[in-house]
Design a protein around this ligand. Structure first.
Ligand SMILES: [Zn+2]
Length: 248
């Protein structure tokens, strides 16, 4: 019985099906994906899958702590984002150039994201959770994060797959596409967990590439490790990232 019990130890890793070869990750700011899903991204690229990042804003509002003078920040953040995607093995970085700190889930943004989805033609879209207003008692979810994920989900469904929505995209040669799965990070109701034991170091390196945001960055490794331990505990894994996975 003891052996049986140990084999029943909860290991709830969710392995992305082999048919899911192209993944599009959408975020508001240049460092958002490194904070949240980069361990999973490094895992997927190491398995030979194609991952594309789409960053909606320039990141020009930066941080007060490490960038008190924002002059020249936008090209710097672009370089940092390029360094990070190189570390993660991401194939393409798409920058939409919206103003940092002012993002709204407009129809124009939904159309721009629909255009990206129809061009990249992903099997899976990764984004944040627009329904979360508060995380615990210390972090209020950034309005750009909520706007970005709300527009991203609306672009996945119904805009990307519906011919009659944004017909101007058809004239650009962009045919509808049905996205098969959505993986939502930062959800308060996760149902999918990815083992990042082998990729946490890569995630740390990618976030550290955003020097203008994280500074000397001694705190990056312990913080990301503590999050990975927390999500691991919920899934029987040592180190994990958590998602709400939707199969559409
Ligand atoms: Zn952000």
């Amino acid at each position: 019985m003891a052996g049986r019990r140990s084999s029943e130890r909860r290991n709830r890793e969710t392995v992305l099906r082999p048919a899911m070869q192209t993944i599009l990750c959408i975020a508001a700011h240049p460092d958002d994906l490194e904070f949240t899903v980069a361990g999973t991204v490094a895992r997927w690229t190491s398995e030979g899958r194609t991952v594309v990042f789409c960053l909606i804003t320039t990141g020009g509002a930066g941080t007060n702590e490490h960038t008190p003078n924002p002059e020249g920040l936008i090209p710097r953040r672009e370089r940092e984002a390029q360094d990070a995607v190189r570390i993660l093995g991401v194939k393409e970085l798409i920058l939409l150039g919206y103003q940092d700190g002012m993002l709204e889930p407009t129809l124009a943004l939904r159309r721009d994201l629909t255009r990206v989805i129809r061009r990249v033609r992903p099997d899976v879209v990764v984004c944040g959770d627009p329904t979360v207003r508060f995380y615990g008692t210390e972090y209020m979810n950034h309005p750009d994060h909520r706007a970005a994920s709300s527009a991203a989900l609306d672009a996945v469904f119904p805009s990307a797959e519906t011919r009659a929505i944004f017909p101007e995209l058809l004239t650009e040669g962009l045919e509808p596409i049905h996205v098969k799965e959505v993986w939502i990070s930062g959800s308060l109701e996760p149902n999918a967990f990815v083992d990042i034991g082998k990729t946490l170091d890569t995630k740390v390196a990618a976030l550290k590439a955003h020097v203008s945001q994280v500074g000397p960055a001694e705190w990056v490794e312990p913080l990301l490790r503590s999050w990975a331990v927390r999500d691991g505990k919920r899934s029987g894994l040592e180190l994990a990232e958590a998602f709400r996975r939707m199969v559409l």
